[in-house]
Design a protein around this ligand. Structure first.
Ligand code: ZN
Length: 319
């Protein structure tokens, strides 16, 4: 992955403080009783995925003991096959994807009972093709993406009704070209990422009006250079990822001002202690550090002119 680090030398008077971000991620992992760790207790497996992937992108995944991580992930698995956000927590499809992704990161998918995990996900598909997040039945296009991404990583995509799953995602497309969480719901950049990625993985990008959606997505950039998730909202570093990766998948990333966005992300860094925040001068957290680094990384990835399929592989593996 080091070979893709062209952005390391990206200079606009300042740079990505890669080493400090690595130290920040490692320090969060050690401080199990501080505020951030406590509020993340129930989504610890998501936090682990964000932190570990940041380390991987920055070439430092070797700083953690993979055996410890893998055995902890397995302890989060429920009898149903799904994973909880931490040991002893109820399973949900959100945590199941993070578990699969962490194991994929360490090339340890084979430690799983793959049929057991995939059966849990398959059991969450509804008659109309949508997916529920867990046994309580909430439906959201995020869960469609998660199911599709997880099963693709497990090589079990053939176990669901892909045609119906795609049909449901397409039914959430709006007149502005974007997608919402359910049919008729407002377009939102996070949901758009999920729907576009679900369609990309299933080979259904032709269902998207790329120019219309590309226009909506590039309108998310405001004068600060940052990207927001919906019209009239403040920019936020995490949308660098949701919007950028969507634009990459529909081949319209050249429609935004790259230099201004890079500057915005770099302005959100804590240049002393490491970490990235949602907006300049806010408190840093693992979530925004990951999305900031991933956003920077996706620029260089594109700049390397890799094939479309490699891009999709990158996007589905890392998200
Ligand atoms: Zn955010």
């Amino acid at each position: 992955m080091i070979c893709m680090f062209s952005w390391y030398s990206y200079r606009m008077g300042e740079e990505l403080e890669a080493e400090k971000h690595v130290n920040y991620i490692l320090s969060v992992e050690k401080k199990k009783n501080d505020f951030e760790s406590v509020v993340m207790e129930h989504i610890r497996i998501n936090g682990a995925y964000w932190g570990l992937t940041t380390l991987d992108l920055l070439g430092k995944i070797g700083a953690v003991d993979s055996k410890d991580v893998v055995s902890w992930v397995l302890e989060c698995q429920h009898e149903s096959g799904g994973f909880g956000g931490n040991i002893g927590h109820d399973p949900h499809i959100l945590y199941t994807l993070s578990a699969v992704q962490i194991l994929a990161l360490f090339d340890k998918i084979n430690v799983l009972d793959i049929d057991k995990v995939s059966n849990y996900i398959v059991g969450l598909q509804n008659e109309d093709g949508s997916f529920s997040g867990d046994v309580w039945g909430e439906v959201d296009t995020r869960f469609s993406y998660i199911a599709i991404c997880s099963l693709a990583l497990l090589h079990r995509l053939d176990k669901i009704n892909v045609e119906k799953a795609v049909k449901y995602v397409v039914s959430c497309k709006n007149l502005d070209g974007g997608f919402g969480c359910t049919p008729g719901a407002e377009s939102h950049a996070g949901q758009i990422f999920c729907c576009v990625a679900a369609l990309a993985i299933t080979g259904s990008l032709h269902q998207i009006d790329k120019d219309l959606l590309g226009w909506w997505l590039c309108e998310r950039q405001d004068k600060s250079g940052g990207l927001n998730g919906r019209p009239e909202k403040l920019p936020d570093v995490c949308y660098s990822w949701w919007v950028l990766s969507s634009l990459i998948m529909i081949d319209r990333v050249h429609w935004i001002d790259k230099e201004k966005l890079v500057k915005y992300i770099l302005d959100c860094q804590d240049k002393e202690k490491g970490g990235i925040s949602d907006r300049p001068n806010d408190a840093v957290d693992v979530f925004h550090t990951y999305f900031g680094v991933a956003g920077m990384f996706s620029f260089s990835f594109k700049a390397k002119s890799v094939s479309h399929m490699q891009q999709l592989d990158f996007l589905s593996s890392f998200f």
